[in-house]
Design a protein around this ligand. Sequence first.
Ligand code: AMP
Ligand code: MG
Length: 310
Amino acid sequence: MFVSTLVPALVSRWACSRRLEEARLSVPALETVVSFTIVAPEGSADSILRAMSGLVARLDSVLDYRGQGGLGELNRTGRGVPDGDLRLLLHRAFVLRDETGGAFEPCILPLVVLWGFHDEPRVPSPAEIDSALALCGPSCCRMSGDTIVLAPGSGVDLGAVAAGFIADRAFELAMESGAVAALVDAGGEIRCGGDRDWRIAIRHPREDGFWDVITVSDCAVSTSGDYEAFLLSDGARFCHILDPNTGLPESGVASVTVVARTCTVADGLSTALAVGGPDLVEAVPDSLWTGVLFVLETDSGLVERRFGVL
Ligand code: AMP
Ligand code: MG
């Protein structure tokens, strides 16, 4: 009893007397920019930011589906025993696949490559889509003990969760290293927390500027949208988020923003909800999210739908 009342008093007096500094750093990663904002005891911010940027560079290489790191290696060899962060994220991705009824599909690389959104986008033929579909999904990627085995020609793309995972890991590192508040923005996937609130702007999916600005604390915010990478063909928009059932790009969801406890989940879920639309919100475990904002493309223009607190 004595200790539990004394220790908080000592801690809060120390917290009041120390001087804090706010510092920022942006680094290129994940084919985008990852930005850190931290508030830390004076003199410590630079080394915390350096450690965060080192971690992001390492994870960027590990999670690149065609790079020299673990995921690239798994895709090249077709089997492997992933460890560390790759193992952690693969497990989370497989659970998320189940939780979203397959709208989020980690084994989707043949379709992603076919549509070419990482290189030269093009509209493939129905026959090409059928062939790629046959190489995607749970039957093409199984776990046998700790070993992951891919069907020949199949592949794993963690692009829908990698930025969120990196934001989580960098945020956790900052807080473990003594920051009192931090925000990591990994190309729009945001993890933030600490002793303050943060204002997060949600991009307008069709115009420059914002659809809304929300104030949050200790959480993650991720937005997926059909404006991030797309191709226009005969007046139709084909975007980079693919429906693993049909092999076709999602349509109807201009953007969907998810607020969740971690950015890995927010990121994966926003991709899944872009595919599944508002109906899928009711079907996924509600422990996964605290708020969801859809901006839907309808015949009468953009319409928003909100779930939970946002
Ligand atoms: P995001 O921007 O987080 O919504 O992720 C989109 C990226 O995830 C795409 O560029 C693809 O690499 C990949 N992807 C596309 N559709 C899916 C899907 N249904 N499930 C998982 N990953 C996907
Ligand atoms: Mg995502």
